[in-house]
Design a protein around this ligand. Structure first.
Ligand code: SAH
Length: 347
């Protein structure tokens, strides 16, 4: 039994069955035993590999997008550049490398990172050692300068609740103790809003944590100007159990090895889209976005003068990032801009 599982069991024994969002939050961000707190989960040797870790092109294209949006909002000579959940800091490092080509952007950017894990903060510090970086605990800590925000695979790590329809009644899926083991059961719920229609047995997921963050981003952009670019895997509405645990690139049961394995669920972009407030929202697939802002041209440029095997490696990365059966379709790109601005590139 992991140390975290012992804590979870005792919480269930004293307080009763545990909501899924509480379970997920403890597993990922418990200050001592959480997955992100203790581990360095990314990269080929880690449990999973994310887009910026696949190839530098991803971060470079995000950088080009950010520079475009900075021009669009009038090239402010002081602005907040923030990344949510930066992992190893690779994406921001790639963005800033590209930004060297536009010195006015480079010097105007005040870099902020929102990160819970002190372990990962250390890695981020190392990746961005040439920069003045501020770690913030929430978006509202930013000044009232314009804000350009990026997030890759951040929302999927924020906790969700799960509900299941049994006959005509929606119940909440809860972590209980059954014959001494952790097990998923059903219980009464305080939630009152459910999708219609839904058939008997349907599972519905809702993450108020994700909705709250999206609303904060929208508020920031509406008030101070700026733009946001968010990537995550997920769907637009829909039902079903998408909570999954992954260790060493393979799925494992969600209640096993609590705190030692990654736990995520599909992001519902329809639910996020309802939180954009006074902003304009844009949504497409990651594949479409990257193709449309020029990943093929970037791959060609990087391949110039390189060996055939290096060129093949770049082509494989393009395929992984944009291919329909790879990350191209399941992953979505969402942008937020101030209302009235032109549709951003890539959408
Ligand atoms: N963006 C990175 C890492 C994605 S993993 C990449 O693409 O490689 C999720 C990241 O979000 C990690 O850095 C994790 O520590 C951070 N994170 C998870 N939950 C968080 C929370 N509640 N608040 C702040 N950061 C969180």
């Amino acid at each position: 039994m992991t140390p975290l599982e012992a804590l979870i069991r005792s919480e269930i024994e004293t307080q009763g069955p545990m909501r899924m969002d509480r379970y997920m939050d403890l597993c990922l961000t418990h200050p001592e035993h959480g997955y992100y707190t203790t581990g360095t989960p990314f990269g080929a040797a880690g449990d999973f590999i994310t887009a910026p870790e696949i190839h530098q092109m991803f971060g470079e294209l995000v950088g080009v997008w950010l520079i475009h949006m900075w021009q669009e909002i009038g090239q402010p000579d002081d602005f907040e550049l923030i990344e949510l959940g930066p992992g190893r800091g690779t994406l921001m490092a790639d963005v800033m490398r590209v930004a060297q080509a536009v010195p006015a952007f480079h010097s105007a950017a005040k870099i902020n990172l929102l990160e819970t894990s002190s372990q990962l903060r250390k890695l981020q510090k190392a990746s961005l050692q040439n920069f003045d970086v501020t770690w913030v605990d929430q978006i509202s800590d930013l000044s009232d300068r314009p804000t350009l925000l990026i997030a890759n695979e951040f929302f999927d790590a924020l906790p969700v609740r799960q509900f299941q329809k049994i006959g005509d009644v929606w119940l909440e899926r809860l972590v209980k103790l059954k014959n001494g083991d952790l097990s998923v059961g059903l219980g009464k719920t305080t939630e009152t809003v459910f999708p219609v229609p839904a058939s008997d047995g349907a599972i519905f997921e809702r993450s108020t944590a994700r909705e709250v963050v999206l609303a904060q981003i929208a508020d920031e952009i509406a008030s101070n100007d700026g733009a946001a670019l968010i990537f995550d895997y997920g769907d637009v509405g829909g039902l079903g159990d998408t909570l999954q645990a992954v260790a060493d690139h393979s799925p494992v049961p969600i209640l096993e090895r609590s705190g030692e394995v990654d736990l995520t669920s599909h992001v519902d972009f329809a639910a996020l889209g309802r939180q954009i407030g006074d902003c304009a929202g844009h949504l497409t697939t990651q594949g479409q976005f990257l193709k449309s802002i020029g990943i093929d041209a970037r791959a060609d440029a990087l391949g110039q003068g390189k060996s055939a095997s290096e060129q093949e490696e770049t082509a494989r990365a393009v395929q992984r990032l944009t291919g329909e059966t790879a990350m191209g379709t399941l992953f979505k790109a969402m942008a937020l801009t101030r209302n009235g601005r032109p549709t951003p590139p890539g959408f």
